[in-house]
Design a protein around this ligand. Structure first.
Ligand SMILES: [Zn+2]
Length: 336
């Protein structure tokens, strides 16, 4: 397999009894994809100490420290135990810290599998929002079990067992709430790995965190970045597309000219070009929504526009109306 650190890759490979590992290309660099038949999530090694997990919610970044590991985000409700088990196998270290990039359920649904014995952190604005979702997240394990039950994947039985343990864990609605609220700018060293955490104001929500691992040249941009996927605009959750544009600019500044590896909230791993594309899309959509409102176009007609320039963007059926509706409502509000 080709990877930047053969030792780490070999350890990962041996961690799965039925696993195979192949090299893949994402963006302009070769990355090691840990394609193990025994895992539920799709794991990709990004650097010697960093892995990404895709599937069942937002993208997760796992960072292996010297003797413990850190997980960024926790996927949909019901999948926390599976995430933790597979992350520990992939990186070979126990997870002792979870950091949420923001409060949305597809990023905090698995928190309940970490809050008992890990440090669980999120931006301070996220805490009351996550606490307010506890009741809803408690029902998530049932839906997760129904979804997994229909699968043909070899990992199915292990995942159903994980979900059963979530269901029988005696959780309460506060089991998802992080144990620590973070400020707008934090520098942490966990397991010997330095992390930089930044909240740059309202963007996708009012509690987005960007997490940078300078030693690995890796960043998790949370849902400030949707890679070739329609971005969710959530006005009640604090979305502000002008602030979101600034957030993308901050990400570009942090990258400099470096080829930083960036994990987006959704879609494939990317680099500064992905952040540039997200910025340009938001600027264009804002301008179009503002012009439509000014011209008296109805919300319904605006939502029917084809936007052919984004025809290759994923999840258009579900997300495109939310993106366009959000940007239109925001322009209406601003125009009043
Ligand atoms: Zn989100």
């Amino acid at each position: 397999m080709s990877g930047s650190n053969p030792d780490v890759s070999r350890r990962t490979f041996l961690g799965f009894s039925a696993g195979v590992a192949i090299a893949c290309c994402a963006g302009n660099r070769a990355r090691a994809m840990v394609r193990a038949d025994s895992t539920w999530f799709v794991w990709t090694q990004l650097s010697p100490r960093c892995w990404m997990a895709q599937g069942e919610g937002g993208n997760v970044l796992v960072i292996a420290g010297d003797s413990e590991a850190i997980v960024i985000d926790a996927k949909n409700a019901g999948f926390g135990n599976t995430l933790r088990r597979e992350a520990e196998t992939v990186c070979g270290k126990p997870i002792k810290t979870l950091i949420n990039t923001h409060h949305h359920g597809d990023h905090v649904g698995g928190n309940c599998s970490f809050t008992k014995d890990c440090a669980v952190m999120a931006h301070r604005n996220a805490l009351p929002r996550i606490a307010g979702q506890g009741e809803r997240l408690m029902g998530g394990a049932k839906s997760a079990a129904a979804l997994v039950g229909k699968s043909e994947k070899p990992a199915k039985d292990a995942v159903l067992k994980d979900i059963g343990l979530v269901e029988s864990a005696g959780l309460t609605k506060v089991s998802w709430t992080p144990t620590k609220g973070l400020g707008d700018s934090e520098q942490l060293t966990i397991g010997g790995v330095a992390l930089e955490l930044m909240h740059v104001g309202s963007g996708h929500t009012d509690n987005d965190l960007i997490i940078v691992v300078p030693s690995e040249n890796v960043m998790h941009g949370g849902d400030l970045l949707f890679n070739r996927t329609w971005p969710v605009i959530d006005l009640p959750g604090g979305s502000d597309t002008a602030g979101w544009v600034s957030g993308c600019e901050r990400i570009l500044e942090l990258c400099g000219e470096k080829k930083m590896i960036i994990v987006p909230g959704h879609g494939d791993v990317g680099d500064r070009e992905m952040a540039q594309r997200q910025r340009q899309m938001l600027i264009a959509l804002r301008a179009k929504a503002q012009a439509a409102v000014k011209a008296g176009e109805s919300r319904e007609d605006f939502l029917k526009r084809p936007f052919a320039e984004y025809s290759d963007y994923q999840r258009a059926d579900v997300l495109k109306p939310r993106t366009l509706g959000g940007v239109f409502d925001e322009a209406m509000k601003a125009g009043k």
